[in-house]
Structures are given as C-alpha cells and as structure tokens.
Write a protein of this length. Structure first.
Length: 331
C-alpha cells in the first residue's frame, strides 16, 4: 500500500503555493507525489485526456490511498475524469482536500456550477474542509460524504532564521489592488506597506508600495515590525467567511501580530490566543495600530512564538495528513 498526494504545477499564486506546501510536507512523511499540470485541458480530446491521466496515475496500485488537492485549476471534467480513473483501482481510498471552491470565488456562478463541483466531492471517501462553515454550506449544496476532517490552519514551511519583530506602527498587506478595492481608498494616518507585483495608481495616502517578494523576503520584511492585515473584499463574502486565510499563516510564521476583519475564519483563534485584534472597520484597524503601547505589542509577539513554530514546522498539516490516513484505514 502506498499513499499519494497531488501537487499542482504550471501556475502561480497563493492558491498554488498552498497546495505545494502541503505536498512538500507530505513528501517528508513518505507520501508519493502525483504531479498535476495546470494547462488548457479543454483543448484535449477525450482520448488525449485519458492517455494523459493514465500516465499521471501510472504509479497507482490496488489498495492505495490518494489525497487529491482540489481544485486542479483545470476544467471541471478534468478533475472528474482523474478521480474516475483513480477509482478503477480495486479498494483504492480517496480523500479530497478542498483548498478552494471555485464557484464561490467568482461572480456569475450558477447552481449547475455548484452541482458539478459537489458531484466531484461526492466521489471521495473522506473530505477535508477548511471550516465548519464551509461544510455546512456544501451540505446545503448536496455534499453527501460522511467522513470529514476540518483543516486547522495553513502551514508555511520555513527553516531559515528570522529576526524577532520590532515595534512599529504600520500595517502589512499583500494582494492585487483589483481584488481588494479598499487599497485604492486608503486614507488613514497609519502606513500600509503593500506587497504586489501589479502596477497600482495611488489614490489614497500612506500606502508604501513594496513590490513582489518571495517567501523568504516577505517574512524578513514582516519582521521589521508592525501588524499583518487580514481584510477581504466585500464581493463573494460567503467564500471568505468559509475559507482559510493564507495571510494569517504568513504573518504568524514571521511572528507578527495580526489585525483581522470580523466574521472571518479564525476570528476566535486570534482573540482567544492573543494573536492580535479583530475589528469591524478599517478605521478601527488604524486605531488599534495607532494606540497600542510598545509593551502590549511585545506581549502579542510573545503569544505568537509557539504557533509560529508550529506553522513553520508544518505541524498542522502533518497532523491533518496523518489523521486522514488513520480515518480512512481504521475508522
């Protein structure tokens, strides 16, 4: 018996980095990688697609376990065909790790889009969901899989040394201005350091453009001191109330406190463990940065040390993957 996990290539972005980090941690546990490539799959004929997936899954044997990180960011029928071919193997067990739910992310989604996506999820023996809210939402859309696990948090594997964060009254944010519209109207007397690779016309004040950074560079920038801002767009708000925020793990991996918008996943975690502040408006966010004392800031930094160690060591993902295997085999 072997344990396999899919990994995505051919695309860039946080959605890809999350899957690649999970696969990186899984390989250290002895899992074997199934490499998927993001490409225009709708250009394949049915025969070409079958040959492609037969090659991708050639290492599978009867009785194996497969963890499919969903979506593949190809067309929907690619994911369905992949799972159908995996199912050909006798006694194979499939877990679907839901990293993103595409119909929730974009405007113009139809019930048929949800139906096709949930149909794929129902091909699994076990589902990994980002939150209880997401599980409830998918149940309403027709999810029937009984076995499920809830993801604790994204990890950010990182072994290089980092400086202890220094006290500073600024906010950090990374993201595309066309997705996060509040960036274009930032008018607060607190500096917002924005990391983006896109051209951005500054209409507000106190925004410092920092350009694109790789993981090591980004974490080093965060340790210069300040707060990580977790603020989502108003459009598709249902999605952001259900999905795991990647930014939270990046900020905590660097050891800096966060300021999180109310209503997002981990609102309670931030409050209970003293990892930062949960606020209802950007004005409140700016006030929190403006009014915090240096002693209080370092108290928050101290609260983050243990969870930072876990995130950088991949411990949340390790536990989730091992629980998945145990649940599939023993329950």
């Amino acid at each position: 018996m072997k344990i396999h996990i899919t990994n995505l290539y051919g695309a860039k972005g946080t959605h890809v980095l999350g899957q690649q980090n999970v696969a990186k941690i899984a390989r250290k546990l002895g899992f074997q990688e199934i490499a998927l490539y993001c490409y225009p799959a709708d250009s394949d004929t049915q025969g070409e697609l079958r040959k492609r997936i037969d090659g991708i899954t050639s290492a599978l044997e009867d009785g194996d376990i497969v963890i499919f990180q969903s979506p593949s960011w190809n067309v929907t029928y690619y994911d369905k065909k992949l799972l159908e071919i995996i199912r050909v193997h006798k006694d194979v067990r499939i877990a679907i790790f839901i990293c993103d739910v595409i119909p929730m992310m974009f405007e113009g989604t139809s019930e048929e889009d949800y139906s096709q996506t949930v149909e794929i999820y129902n091909m699994a023996d076990l589902i990994i969901v980002p939150s209880e809210a997401m599980l409830r939402f998918l149940r309403k859309k027709g999810l029937k899989v009984e076995k499920f696990l809830i993801q604790s948090m994204w990890d950010l594997p990182f072994s290089e040394p980092l400086e202890m964060p220094k006290f500073s009254r600024q906010l950090f944010f990374s993201g595309a201005p066309d997705r996060f519209r509040f960036l274009s109207s930032w008018n607060y007397d607190v500096v917002l350091a924005l990391f983006t690779g896109e051209n951005f016309e500054l209409n507000g004040q106190n925004i410092r453009l920092c350009g694109w950074k790789n993981t090591a560079e980004l974490l080093a920038e965060y340790t210069k001191g300040g707060f990580g801002l977790i603020w989502e767009q108003s459009a598709r708000s249902e999605y952001y109330k259900c999905n795991q925020p990647h930014k939270l793990s990046s900020y905590l991996a660097a050891g800096i406190p966060v300021i999180m918008q109310k209503g997002l996943v981990h609102e309670q975690t931030v409050t209970e463990y003293g990892l930062g502040f949960v606020v209802g408006s950007l004005e409140e966010a700016a006030d929190a940065v403006r009014n915090i004392s240096e002693d209080k800031y370092y108290e928050l930094v101290d609260n983050i040390k243990n969870i930072s160690f876990l995130i950088r060591g991949g411990f949340f993902t390790k536990k989730l993957l091992l629980d998945t295997v145990n649940y599939l085999l023993l329950d």
